[in-house]
Unconditional design. Structure first.
Length: 248
């Protein structure tokens, strides 16, 4: 007897998932406005599923819906970045603590295999986006095996914001050495998990993300400075005409 096909995602969910991906990847940049009419035209739907999609994305926290105007994508600022990193460190620490208590021997072996793949990647490229994607896959495996469904759900939500704010960093900003150091810290973390040392795993998880937070400071300041420069209206200059008079 065949199994029933899973329900297809509703229009609003399809639109919401597409908007989340566009925002996280900065195809829709921070501070941008998203209009109902434009999204409805893009997906060939009425305004009703678009409004529902906006509600889904607003619930996550990536946009703010403004009646009669559309939706405004949140901005990157120091407070938001600090909040995301502190939540990320605390939650990942809990997940790794639980993993150190819950992982089976088979899970531990698989974790180390995944770690080796991540380490190999950081020696091949200095692309910080590839590093983050690979490290997140290792983190996702730890979360799936930690036995804490609530902690995992929270971590997944934080990871969306972490990936979003990571776009502050240009693709070639981090050196290979920084990637290698991150992989070394990840290895320390994984070895504490495998050794079933929950306190040490919690501490190592926070140290790993703390290092990323330190490295994030400089590109964040560069991004904020560039944003301020773009937002400052250009001052009108007065130039002399050929006849000696001045024009604005």
């Amino acid at each position: 007897m065949s199994q029933p096909e899973p329900d297809a995602p509703t229009q609003d969910r399809v639109i919401a998932d597409a908007l989340i991906a566009d925002i996280v990847e900065w195809r829709i940049e921070p501070g941008s406005w998203i209009r109902e009419r434009e999204i409805a035209q893009r997906f060939g739907v009425s305004h009703a599923p678009v409004r529902e999609a906006f509600r889904h994305v607003a619930h996550i926290g990536l946009i703010q819906v403004v009646p009669w105007r559309g939706a405004h994508v949140i901005e990157v600022d120091r407070h938001a970045v600090t909040e995301i990193f502190e939540l990320w460190k605390a939650n990942f620490g809990v997940v790794c603590r639980l993993a150190a208590l819950a992982m089976s021997d088979a899970d531990s072996k698989e974790l180390m295999v995944r770690l080796e793949g991540y380490k190999a990647l950081v020696h091949r490229t200095k692309n910080t986006f590839e590093h983050l994607a690979s490290s997140n896959r290792v983190g996702a495996f730890i979360a799936r095996r930690c036995g804490g469904h609530l902690a995992t759900d929270v971590l997944n939500r934080i990871a969306v914001f972490a990936s979003w704010q990571h776009r502050v960093i240009s693709a070639d900003f981090f050196s290979i050495e920084a990637g290698i150091r991150s992989a070394e810290l990840y290895e320390i973390l994984c070895r504490h998990i495998v050794a079933r040392e929950p306190d040490a795993a919690d501490s190592a998880a926070r140290a790993l993300l703390g290092y990323l937070q330190e490295r994030f400071a400089e590109p964040l300041e560069e991004y904020l400075a560039a944003s301020r420069a773009r937002a400052t209206p250009r001052r009108r200059t007065r130039s002399k005409r050929n006849d000696g008079s001045q024009s604005a």
